[in-house]
Design a protein around this ligand. Sequence first.
Ligand code: ADP
Ligand code: MG
Length: 677
Amino acid sequence: MPEPAKSAPQKAMEKLGLLRDIDLALHLPMRYEDETQLIPIAALRENEPAQVEGVVVDCQVELRSRRQLLVRVKDDSGTLLLRFLHFYPSQQKQMSAATRLRVRGEARVGFFGREMVHPVVKVVDEDTPLAQSLTPVYPASAQLPQAYLRKAVASGLARADLRELLPAGVVPQGLPGLKDALHYLHHPPPSASLAALEDHSHPAWQRLKFEELLAQQLSQLQAQRERALLAAPALRAHPGGLHEKLLAALPFQLTGAQQRVSEEIAQDLARPQPTHRLLQGDVGSGKTVVAALAAAVAIDAGWQCALMAPTEILAEQHFRKLVQWLEPLGLKVAWITGSVKGKARQKMLDAAGSGEAQLVIGTHAVIEDKVKFARLGLAIIDEQHRFGVAQRLALRNKLKAMDLEPHLLMMSATPIPRTLAMTYFADLDVSTIDELPPGRSPIVTKLFTESKRHDVVDKIRMAVADGAQVYWVCPLVEESEAVDLRNATETHAELSGELPGCSVGLLHGRMAAGEKAAVMAQFSEGAMRVLVATTVIEVGVDVPNASLMVIEHAERFGLAQLHQLRGRVGRGAKASVCVLIYSPPLSDTGKSRLKAMAETTDGFEIARRDLDIRGPGEFMGSRQSGAELLRFADLQEDAPLLVAARALAPRLLDEHPEAARRQVARWLGTKAEFLKA
Ligand code: ADP
Ligand code: MG
């Protein structure tokens, strides 16, 4: 029998991940409306949500500046005008004179007395009861009406298995049982403190957050234990081997921090269990060479290494740099991206498959099925937050045939505060480069309003005359790549006109890979002085002579992204400047972001501020593995709950493995698999 077609709201629910009863029960309100009380019309206060009840005095369509429906209702205390700028004829009929209406909204006092614009209106009788509990408002979407979702959640909540899984005495003191907590949060009594509900400090919320954190800790701990059972090739550096030769050949000395993290990584690689380590360090802190040293260890031990980068530009840049470092030592480096095609591609595939290429560098193309490795010992993922969990898994699975797992090293320039990382990522070791190479002069950041654009162009002229190179970044408009390209193209034309005799280039995501590479090469070699680009240059691009960065419409970028972009300059000895052009008025978050950029260049401080501005849920969500699944808990605010969950997880896993399994399934469902990557 064919399955019945799904309605739009059903599809929208699926999209939100609301598949099982338990998913619905765990879909918690973001706020509430109070339909439990009525106040007299005369007691309505400006801009405060309230509910009143009255009888319609008159209802008419007015055609003043625009067509609108005006309804006057009256109770014993006064009259209220309801104003509808959009309405259906049916509404007009529904609200005819003498009808009793229950009206909810925010009042304002206008020229004609008290009024509400687009209130929520319900036709009632004199004895229609008031709501017994606060009305939940759920995170929904355009295709999912609140009323539909409320019904679905209520029945999900009624059907879901909410049995207590945790043994007595392990839940932090003072927190209610799970079932009580959930019923309370979905339907709080009229006496509930809205403030404690909305800032999630209520004990019922605490209970839910504890449950969630526990599920995360359990699944990570499980993954860690499973990983400990897997075997990986033990990769040891030989004295006098490649690793040392590479060190000796480098044009610089490692910083103390680079040495320390290299040792941490080398120790991991020497173990016969797969490494799972995050190497974090600010932009420009020199992660690439640490990766190259790790690759040298793996290769010296007779294994292959893969290095995956999120963009062609970055992959190409790594390729050039590593070829320059490693080929003189007799290594063969292969290069696989989407734009390497035909015979060249086949040659690369053969080199990887036969083991002839000891190092394979590329984009996502590296994880395609066609790409086989003879002996993959180490997989390195640069800018790991740009990759999905599935892609990390795919890379790890490249060695499955030998019953061995490769070691996995992930690199990231969006640092997470160390204590947070240590507590939260039960399953991830973290190495941090907390020092920049010597001789860098700090980047000065300046803010300009749009109206001062010509001053910025003057700055460019001077910088170029002084031998410097310049990036000009145009913003990405999420919805419209076409608009972006037009902006970038127009800016390119404009600047070319304003800077006669200066070579101005253009780089954007829609260009063919070969074109992009050619432009990057010209800029790297210094033949091109100014590069107008979209955010394609965000990660990894390394041209030390570039010392002026201009970011247009800086208010449209996130803080982490601005910091990444700014990190393209300040890579050489030249004093660097970053100019942020913005168009006022700025939102509060926009202001805080630009202020943070102007005040600090320290990536950890930026991360801290970003955390303040956005809240950790969102901050971690988009960036780090596993955390994308944290919906309610706030890692900073709920640190005590996190500590408790972390302490409980091993006990639960050892003493109540079945409860642990069900706890993870309840919260993560099928996503639990993903946490293992
Ligand atoms: P990121 O951590 O952002 O990936 P890179 O690895 O691209 O940083 O390094 C930034 C620049 O610093 C590169 O040009 C690199 O060659 C250089 N570099 C790295 N380590 C050192 C060092 N110890 N001394 C001097 N320069 C270094
Ligand atoms: Mg890098």
